[in-house]
Design a protein around this ligand. Structure first.
Ligand code: PLP
Length: 339
């Protein structure tokens, strides 16, 4: 998270907008919070250049809830949804969708431990929708191109939303847990094109029904007030920086520097196919036990934490989310070169 956001969020816990109240105790149905929510929605629309057909919601339950809320709202029992299987998160989404209808996995990169993005796959014209994960957080692959199809596109953008310029209006539904690029854990941003809703014939619990959330303006029940406030601060920070185009340039610079360093340093090996490498999560191996120990010791000494890979894949993973300054990458690059 950006330092400025930490400072402002901390201040709001003590004294929110000079009211003498904490953001943690204000009522959510007050003009104070309504102005937070409205500004966050407007900023998200502005930064993504969303058209009027798209609604922005802030919902609970993490991206994991969207794995089942999406098929619950969009997939009838006798219908088939198309899914791309490119990693741990995508395969979890597939598992959940199968509870509600049929799933056609149109392509998978499981054969090579999810180290590439499949190409040339076909999305059936009669699929209820096509779902994919734009950035595979654990495996370190990222898909920048949007597939050409007439079926509604659904994307899990949890780990790369707002990190590069794309046509967000091409998507029928986008969801993203806030905790990488939008704010703090505890809230999801969900962007929905309204015309896709109301087509399933099952009954939906209110909290699972996107239409009810749209109607209630993300206030069907008590929203995660503080988490939404942190989203607002982060969105403002991004706008002040110059928006998505500006952060994209920085993200390209950060990731290019790190991948170049890993390619140059003997013993270090990025695991992902060059053309599919993520700008958010750089995954690599160190093929030499002595070098590996030197690397870990140096990281510890210099206070660089969190470089170990996800427990399911091992190796190393360096995450370069929007808020990470390029100076941190430069420091890591120097550390690696000096090993
Ligand atoms: N999808 C992706 C791409 C993720 O990176 C994650 C978490 O890291 C999730 C889904 C799950 O998110 P949550 O823990 O918010 O449910």
């Amino acid at each position: 998270m950006p330092k400025a956001v930490f400072n402002e969020a901390a201040e709001a816990i003590i004294n929110f907008r000079n009211t003498g109240l904490s953001i943690l105790e204000i009522g959510h149905r007050t003009p104070l919070f309504e102005s937070v929510l409205n500004e966050a929605v407007q900023l998200a629309k502005e930064l993504m250049h969303l058209d009027n057909d798209h609604e922005v919601l802030f919902l609970h339950g993490g991206a994991t809830t969207q794995f089942f809320q999406v098929p619950m709202n969009l997939l009838n029992e006798n219908q088939t949804a198309a899914y791309l299987d490119c990693g741990v998160w995508g395969s979890k989404a597939i598992k959940e969708a199968r509870i509600f209808g049929n799933v056609n996995v149109v392509a998978s990169s499981k054969d090579k431990n999810y180290t590439y993005i499949p190409r040339g796959f076909k999305i059936p014209e009669d699929a209820a929708y096509f779902h994919y994960t734009t950035n595979n957080t654990i495996e370190g692959t990222e898909m920048f191109h949007i597939p050409e199809t007439n079926v509604p596109l659904i994307a899990d953008m949890s780990s790369d939303i707002l990190s590069y310029v794309t046509d967000f209006n091409r998507f029928a539904l986008i969801y993203a847990g806030a905790q990488k690029n939008i704010g703090a854990a505890g809230v999801n941003m969900v962007i929905i094109r309204k015309d896709i809703l109301g087509k399933v014939n099952r009954k939906l619990p209110g909290m699972m029904d996107y239409r009810q959330h749209i109607e209630a303006g993300s206030m069907l029940n008590t929203p995660p007030v503080f988490a939404i406030y942190v989203c607002l601060l982060t969105l403002r920070w991004l706008k002040n920086l110059g928006g998505v185009g500006a952060i994209e340039k920085l993200n390209i610079a950060k990731s290019e520097l790190l991948y170049k360093t890993l390619e140059e340093k003997a013993g270090f090996e990025p695991t992902v196919a060059k053309e599919d490498r993520s700008r958010m999560n750089v995954v690599f191996l160190i093929n030499d036990a002595v070098l590996e120990k030197r690397f870990l010791d140096a990281c510890k000494e210099q206070g660089m934490i969190g470089v170990k890979g996800h427990r399911s894949v091992g190796g190393y993973r360096v995450s370069l989310y929007n808020a990470l300054p390029i100076e941190s990458v430069q420091a890591l690059s120097t550390l690696i070169h000096q090993l």
